[in-house]
Each structure stands twice: as C-alpha cells, then as structure tokens.
Design a protein around this ligand. Structure first.
Ligand SMILES: Cc1cc2nc3c(=O)[nH]c(=O)nc-3n(C[C@H](O)[C@H](O)[C@H](O)COP(=O)(O)OP(=O)(O)OC[C@H]3O[C@@H](n4cnc5c(N)ncnc54)[C@H](O)[C@@H]3O)c2cc1C
Ligand SMILES: *[C@@H]1O[C@H](CO)[C@@H](O)[C@H](O)[C@H]1NC(C)=O
Length: 399
C-alpha cells in the first residue's frame, strides 16, 4: 500500500531507525497515525551498536536520556552503559511495535505536486511487498542524524603516513594499541575518552588540541542541568559551574587546555557546543601519561608536524573529528528545512519544521533530550494537520 497514492496524505515516512526515528514512530503510534520507518542498516540504532567504543556510557544522567513515553526504570544506574542503553532501545521498539524496513537506504525524497501530491521516497532495495521500491506519504521525517558519516580533515601528507589511521567510529578499545605511540586528533568527548582508554590499555597517547573548550565532570554538568531545570538564570548557573570546575581541576592552561570566555551552558544554548565530560583524562594529562599537543600542521611519513613547529613520531592516528549530516544527499527540497551542511536552516527552537509536511528530528544538537522533545513536537504537529484536514472534509461534505 505504501507505493499507492490513494490515501497517502495521512501517512508518515520516517527515514532512519536510530533514537530519533524510533521516538517519532512511538509518538505517532500513540496518536494512531500510520507510518513506515526506512533504515539503511540491518538493525535499529546502528550508531550505538556498530559505531561506538566498548567503554562508552551515556554522559548525561538517565533522566536526560530517555525517549518519549518510556522512562528508564528506577533500578537503572544514573549513567547508563552502552549495552544497557541498546537494550533500552530494543525494548522501546518492541513496546511500540516498531518494525522498520531494514536494509532500505533512501536514495531520494521529492515532493510531488499535482492532485496526488506528497513525498515520493525511493529506496535501494525492492522487496516483494513493495516491488517498485517507492514510498509515498503526506509527511516526511528526516531522522538520519547529525552523525551521518565520519568527518576526516585532509591534512597535507596524510597519505604518506605508514601506520594505522582510523576514525573514532571504528575504535572499539585500546587493546590493539598496547605500547604504540598514538595521536588522537580532536578533543571532544570521543577524543578525550579514547585517549583515556588507550592509556588504560598500555598505549602512549597524545591528543591534538586546536581550540578552546570546557571540561567538566558529569556530576558538575548534571548539577548544572538540574539548576537550569529549577529555573535558575543561565548566567548564574554558568558562574557556579565554572567555580566548581576550577575547584575540581585548577588552572588547566599550563597543560594546554584553555577554557573559552563564555560559560558552559551559554555555549550550549548559543552554539550547540557541549562541554567535554571528563572520564579521568584530565588526571592522566596532569601526570603526563597523556600528552597534549597543538593542532596538526602537516604529516611527513610517520612524523607529524604541529602548528608550533614541534614534531613527533606516531604509529597510529585516530581521528575523533566528528561527523557530518548526509541528509542532503537524498533530500530534495529548497533549503527551507536543511541548509547546505544538512543541518537545520531555522534556528532552535524552530529547527524541526519545514514547509510542505517535511520535518527533522534529532538535529537540534541537544542529544537524546532534544530528540525526545523534537519527536513529540513533530508528531503533535502532524496530528494537528490531520485533524484540521478531517474537519475541513467533514465541513465540505456538509455534515
Ligand atoms: C560516541 C557517541 C556518544 C554519544 N553519547 C551521547 C550521550 O551520552 N547522551 C546523548 O544525549 N547523546 C549522545 N550522543 C549523541 C547521539 O548522536 C544521539 O544520542 C543519537 O544516537 C542520535 O540519534 P539519531 O537517531 O538522531 O541518529 P543516529 O543514531 O545516527 O541514527 C540515524 C539512523 O539513520 C540511518 N540512515 C542514515 N542515512 C540513511 C538513509 N539514507 N536511508 C536510510 N537510513 C539512513 C542510520 O543508519 C542510522 O541508523 C552520542 C553520540 C556519539 C557518536
Ligand atoms: C609545542 O607545543 C608543545 C605542547 O604544548 C610543547 O611541549 C613544545 O615545547 C612546543 N614546541 C615549540 C617549538 O614551541
């Protein structure tokens, strides 16, 4: 039925079966709105299942990491480990009977005009129930995530590096790097935690830091989030958080870690930039077990030259340089939902809605809590549109 245009108006096509796609599907099913979820991988939540390192736990407390209509049990630990979070997602899909079409990569989505106007979505693999591999619906939800594909900076001479080069999404644990000199490029959450993990497995990690950033413990961040929840002004919360960080870590500038002038939550709110959650890395930086180096300038064989002119030899490079959205590869619209980078054109909190029945969930740079609120907003908006349409039809029939 999904490729028929008859009655397609009331159906929703969701692209992606990560937390965002699942949350949207659950909210729609609670409202009895028909939907289909299309997923390119062979499982749900493939980012968490296949592209996350072993020691990963949620960095934010569980109450900020739940999807709609399904709280974590009180027996769950405050910071949920990866495997347990995956089980939560599997249970979530089972609870709301979400069964995505797996192995269905969306190749294009176009809004067609005319009497049977709607979103026409083409996927790579035709199956028996849907030989044309075409889905038609009145609404389209982009849930392919901010982490669509790894971002790798192109350093001069990178091709001459003889050792291992991987992206953080391919990193599982430090056990294969024992005794090796490893350069971690990027000082976000992944980079800082991977450096720590390497150290624990007997590798000799260095971390290349190019920009200023805040580092805080997850408890300090949790405390700050609670203060914000209880409506303390953001500037005051930032002052408290900074004081706590200084108390815990002291001045880190002599170790090469410079804090931005703006506060932790101000940066999150204005630029979507998160503080780095310290899992023990700072202590190892202070003891010299992890070396902090400036930005990479060029690579000459196994020698890496840094921006201040110093150079070091490495056996491996791990790029913890983040991800890129790839929704633009398949979504054909005029840029009113997503910009050239595949990120929302409209500023938060209006980022989730485009015109013509297209929405995005999970693009607000606000983690699982943001996903949860996007999904509810989108489902409720679709519900409203459908209700308005139904009452119009009733009115036109003269009932
Ligand atoms: C290492 C790591 C740790 C993190 N830790 C936290 C944390 O502790 N707390 C927190 O709140 N957030 C965390 N995040 C943020 C994280 O991005 C979100 O929590 C969440 O996984 C994003 O969900 P999503 O559904 O939007 O995207 P994803 O989980 O990336 O799901 C998108 C899905 O879309 C599919 N897809 C992509 N393109 C297509 C296509 N063309 N056709 C069909 N399917 C497609 C993908 O295969 C994927 O399954 C972390 C992220 C990373 C990378
Ligand atoms: C370059 O930076 C590193 C780390 O901050 C430092 O140890 C080294 O002395 C610097 N080298 C030069 C030439 O300034």
């Amino acid at each position: 039925m999904w490729n028929e245009r008859e009655d397609s108006d009331c159906r929703v096509i969701i692209v992606g079966a990560g937390p965002s796609g699942l949350a949207t599907a659950a909210c729609l099913s609670v409202l009895s709105i028909p939907y289909v979820v299309l997923e390119r991988d062979d499982c749900i939540a493939s980012l968490w299942r296949h592209r996350a390192y072993d020691r990963l736990s949620l960095h934010l407390a569980k109450r900020f990491c739940e999807l709609p209509h399904f709280p974590h049990p009180s027996t769950a630990p405050t910071y949920i480990p990866k495997d347990r979070f995956l089980r939560y997602l599997d249970d979530y899909a089972a609870r709301f009977r979400i069964s995505p079409r797996l192995g269905s990569e969306v190749l294009s989505a176009v809004r067609e005009a005319g009497p049977h106007r709607g979103w026409v979505v083409k996927v790579n693999n035709p199956d028996e129930g849907n030989p044309s591999s075409e889905f038609v619906g009145g609404f389209l939800v982009v849930a392919t995530g901010e982490n669509g594909e790894p971002h790798l900076p192109q350093f001069k001479g990178l091709g001459s590096f003889p050792g291992t080069i991987i992206h953080s999404s391919q990193y599982k644990s430090g056990c294969t790097f024992r005794g090796k000199n490893v350069l971690v490029v990027g000082c976000g959450n992944s980079g800082m935690e991977i450096a720590f993990d390497l150290c624990n497995h007997g590798a000799l990690p260095s971390i290349s830091v190019r920009s200023e950033f805040h580092v805080a413990s997850r408890e300090i961040i949790h405390f700050g989030m609670l203060l914000l929840k209880y409506r303390l002004p953001l500037s005051l919360v930032d002052k408290i958080v900074l004081a706590l960080c200084k108390l815990k870590y002291g001045d880190l500038s002599k170790y090469g870690i410079i804090r931005p002038k703006e506060g932790v939550f101000f940066l999150k709110a204005t630029e979507g930039r998160s503080a780095v959650i310290d899992v023990g890395t700072v202590k190892k930086i202070k003891t010299g077990e992890i070396q902090v180096l400036p930005g990479v300038s060029t690579i000459e064989g196994d020698r890496v030259v840094f921006s201040n002119g110093s150079s070091h030899y490495f056996d491996a490079i791990i790029f913890a340089t983040g991800y890129r959205s790839v929704a633009n590869n398949w979504l054909k619209e005029d840029g009113q939902l997503l910009n050239a980078k595949g990120l929302p054109t409209r500023r938060f909190p209006n980022h989730w809605k485009g015109d013509n029945g297209v929405y995005c969930v999970g693009f607000g740079n606000r983690g699982l809590d943001g996903i949860s609120s996007d999904a509810k907003l989108v489902a409720n908006d679709i519900d409203m549109v459908l209700r308005a349409k139904a009452s119009m039809e009733k009115f036109n029939k003269g009932d």
